[in-house]
Design a protein around this ligand. Structure first.
Ligand code: NAD
Length: 502
């Protein structure tokens, strides 16, 4: 007999998660369409949570939080390790649902889900040690006064996610928030709303007390209600720069909240002419074509030194022609799945059109395709474009799609200046056979992550986040866990009397 499922395989209904259960709410603020990008079909309508419905959930979370935070970090960690175990046991089905929600190829979804299990293990494992306070030395020494610090959770945290990594983005925020003893109100993107509900069911099965983790659905208005809610004491947000700026403003209107912002990017991959050609081509593929190019760290600006330009361009076009199989994302050999929706696909096509008008030449792809069996989904044959200058729209703005732009350069100083000439600062890559140059250029690039002779590595213990307009705060590391706590300093006078100036 197969075990009873711990979650419902339904990406369309009951997309709220409140008080430990998948549920829905009375619709009084309208609905949004739930879309399956793979087949291009609306599969349901979800109610949008109003400010008063967010208020009810925030109150429930606040009432549930103290029992959770009064457990030791070790006890909380046991439940979070169980979550990791359940994710691994159900990996294939979770990955399948992630494909239906987001349209990404199943081989990528499996990696996202496996790494999400690791994220729970990581934060569960480090919580006890990383959340310890300090004993601080004071003038006069411990016979007069002592001071110690404790790390306390904020209480209720408001977490708002994007749609490109629906399960993983949620886990990157929820695992450290819970490990630190907070309760959560999570709002997914309406473009990919199901994954956090699935996570809720897994959390309940693992033993998380009811009310500690909650999911509300909606668009910007629901996000605003989270940012402004007085019982919510911290916000972590992943999304575009424009929304991030709004989130930062909104999060100080009713009470002052610390805000973590994981925002957009316009990253660069710099390939010097002494690079290993095969590896540089592989890195350019990794930097542009994972997840249909809908990756915040993607390096659409591929700067290639003149001496290797022709060989590199020919090799990367050949590799793309050979490897980029666009097709049904549920098939194992598909490497390029569906974009998130028609509007987004048209936006990417608009960038390709603008590139052509500004003198760009499309060497491959760049058109909508209709793979057999999933003809109505939102598929793009990935584009490689040459002939643009740094001022063109496609080179300046975040495309968030599978569009690689090859830009020639002559010297190291020139390319560093051009690479840094952007308001973004999420990631950067440098390829060279000379490691001294690799380190030197890495030091000069203004980005939160720099990849040397590799691209788009992501490990749970390594800080992830941006410089400049790409945001502030980090995910995926010890600092992230601590950022879900506030430090309290306690001074204790251990003398019989208090020395004073009055
Ligand atoms: P988006 O900004 O449109 O939406 C993100 C989330 O914010 C959604 O849940 C949306 O409903 C919500 N939202 C919109 N307005 C809001 C407001 N005023 N207050 C509160 N919430 C609000 O972004 P998107 O299209 O979902 O995601 C794509 C963007 O996200 C790209 O720019 C991409 O680079 C970025 N991104 C960054 C990272 C990172 O870690 N740095 C990761 C993934 C995506």
């Amino acid at each position: 007999m197969s075990p009873s499922p711990i979650f419902s395989s339904d990406i369309s209904g009951g997309l709220f998660f409140i008080n430990g259960k998948r549920t829905t709410i009375t619709e009084n603020s309208g609905t949004f369409d739930v879309l399956e990008p793979r087949i291009g079909k609306v599969v349901a309508k979800s109610p949008i949570a109003s400010a008063s419905q967010v208020d009810e959930v925030a109150r429930l979370a606040a009432a549930s939080q103290s029992a959770w935070s009064s457990q030791t970090a070790l006890e909380r960690g046991k439940i979070l390790r169980k979550v990791a175990e359940l994710i691994r046991e159900n990996l294939e089905e979770i990955a399948r649902l992630e494909v239906l929600t987001n349209g990404k190829p199943i081989y990528e979804a499996r990696c996202d889900i496996a790494s999400s299990a690791d994220t729970f293990d990581f934060f569960a494992g480090i919580a006890t040690a990383a959340l310890q306070g300090d004993n601080l030395e004071l003038p006069g020494g411990p016979s007069q006064r002592i001071c110690y610090t404790t790390r306390e959770p904020f209480g209720v945290v408001g977490l708002i996610g994007a749609w490109n990594y629906p399960f993983q983005t949620c886990v990157w925020k929820v695992a450290p928030a819970l490990a630190a003893g907070n309760a959560v109100v999570y709002k997914p993107s309406p473009f990919a709303p199901a994954s956090p509900v699935l996570l809720g069911e897994i959390l309940t099965s693992a033993g998380l007390p009811n009310g500690v983790y909650n999911v509300v659905q909606g668009e910007g208005e629901t996000g605003i209600a989270i940012c402004e809610h007085p019982l919510i004491s911290k916000v972590s947000f992943t999304g575009s720069v424009a929304s991030g700026q709004a989130v930062q403003r909104q999060s100080s209107t009713k009470n002052v909240k610390p805000v973590t912002l994981e925002l957009g990017g316009k990253s660069e991959l710099i390939i010097f002419d002494d690079s290993n050609l095969e590896s540089a081509v592989a890195a350019a593929m990794l930097a542009n074509f994972l997840n249909q190019g809908q990756v915040c760290t993607n390096a659409t600006r591929v700067f290639v030194q003149r001496g290797i330009l022709e060989k590199f361009t020919e090799a990367v076009v050949n590799e793309a022609n050979l490897k980029l199989k666009v097709g049904d994302p549920l098939l194992d050999d598909t490497r390029v799945g569906a974009n998130i929706n028609e509007g987004h696909l048209n936006r990417i096509l608009g960038y390709i059109e603008s590139a052509k008008q500004e003198g760009g030449k499309v060497l491959r792809g760049g058109v909508r395709v209709h793979p057999t069996g999933v003809e109505n989904g939102f598929y793009l044959d990935p584009a490689i474009i040459v002939g643009l200058n740094d001022e063109s729209k496609a080179v300046r703005e975040e495309i968030f799609g599978a569009v690689m732009l090859i830009l020639p350069f002559e010297t190291e100083d020139e390319v560093v200046a051009r690479a840094n000439n952007t308001t973004y600062g999420l990631a950067a890559g440098v390829f060279s056979g000379n490691l001294a140059r690799g380190h030197r250029v890495a030091a000069k690039l203004q980005a939160g992550t720099v990849f040397v002779n590799t691209y788009n590595d992501t490990e749970v213990n390594v800080p992830f986040g941006g410089f400049k307009n790409s945001g502030h705060g980090r995910e995926n590391c010890v600092d992230t866990l601590r950022a879900y706590t506030q430090i309290k300093a306690v001074y204790v006078n251990v003398q019989d009397t208090l020395e004073h100036c009055f």
